[in-house]
Design a protein around this ligand. Sequence first.
Ligand SMILES: Cc1cc2nc3c(=O)[nH]c(=O)nc-3n(C[C@H](O)[C@H](O)[C@H](O)COP(=O)(O)OP(=O)(O)OC[C@H]3O[C@@H](n4cnc5c(N)ncnc54)[C@H](O)[C@@H]3O)c2cc1C
Length: 321
Amino acid sequence: MNAFAYVTAQTPESAIELARDDGRFLAGGMDLLGELKESLAAPKTLVNVKALPGTADVQLDGGKCRLGANVTLAKLAAHPELRRVLPGLTEAAAEVGSPQIRHRATVGGNLAQHSRCWYYRHRDVHCRKKGGTLCYARQGESKFHSLFTGCMCLSPAVSNLAIALAALDARVIVQRGRSTDSLTVAQLYASAWNTPSAHNSLQPGELILRIEIPAPAGLRSAYLQLSEKSDFDWALVSCSAAAKVTGQTLTGVRVVLGAVAPIPWQVDAANAFLEGKPLTDETARRAAELMLRDALPAGDNAYKLPIARALVRRTLLQLVA
Ligand SMILES: Cc1cc2nc3c(=O)[nH]c(=O)nc-3n(C[C@H](O)[C@H](O)[C@H](O)COP(=O)(O)OP(=O)(O)OC[C@H]3O[C@@H](n4cnc5c(N)ncnc54)[C@H](O)[C@@H]3O)c2cc1C
């Protein structure tokens, strides 16, 4: 590990200023410290952002939820009111890693975490994600990799929160220099679709401040995932769905798959197909087919297809259960 300076920022502007000269933001450290130890990152400065005022707060009122970037996943998963109003989100948080990880890991760090591809994480492999010329998963071991990609990198987006927040149509508020921008989750990840080296659309020094989530009356949400281990593991495939539910009928529906693409995977045709229809086993199956229509499995990951079909169907059915 290289030597680095460590500073604690008191305002978003100072955090950005302090990170300017080859610095990185540090929140819970669950991802970044691993990268430092494996020599995947060697920043000159670690800028602790956990002291930024108001960023550890959860607010829920007037049909809106605001989550500070430094809310821990443990706090999110255990929040009684959020568990009632946004169960898709709290369940996604509860499924992350292990209790120890959830007590440190933050919302902002979870969204900005880097690839878990085993080639990217190997210090001696210079893959496309590190600016190299090969995606080793294409000819190598692709068990955990994407079914869809717009570029030569097969590393999938594995942030649980990204999947749930995309289904909930959340906005991510990002400080860029002296101004703030409000991004959809799709915008937050768009660059990873066609730029092999991108983990998300954030440029160095852009800071997630908070998440804003609409939580109107009648909204239902759900999240399910399948992993090899019940703890200390990432999802092989995850799914989140949200919609307004009247009787058995869904409106404003969004279904999102995780760990199958470098972005949270949404298919407009599937959402449109479900819109205004009573949800049945058959409509849920049809939506799953639409979501997976263009899948291109690599050598070892075709097993994800039946898992994804089952998760889409079961997650949707949870909305009307
Ligand atoms: C064994 C294990 C199992 C795991 N399982 C899962 C899982 O199932 N699902 C899942 O989603 N994750 C999983 N994770 C990943 C874990 O959730 C993330 O590492 C964690 O959420 C990152 O949050 P953090 O606060 O620790 O981020 P840090 O490690 O501090 O930062 C992560 C990245 O985000 C950047 N960053 C931090 N805060 C901000 C901000 N406010 N604005 C912009 N950039 C920021 C940092 O610079 C860094 O690049 C697992 C991790 C481990 C070690």
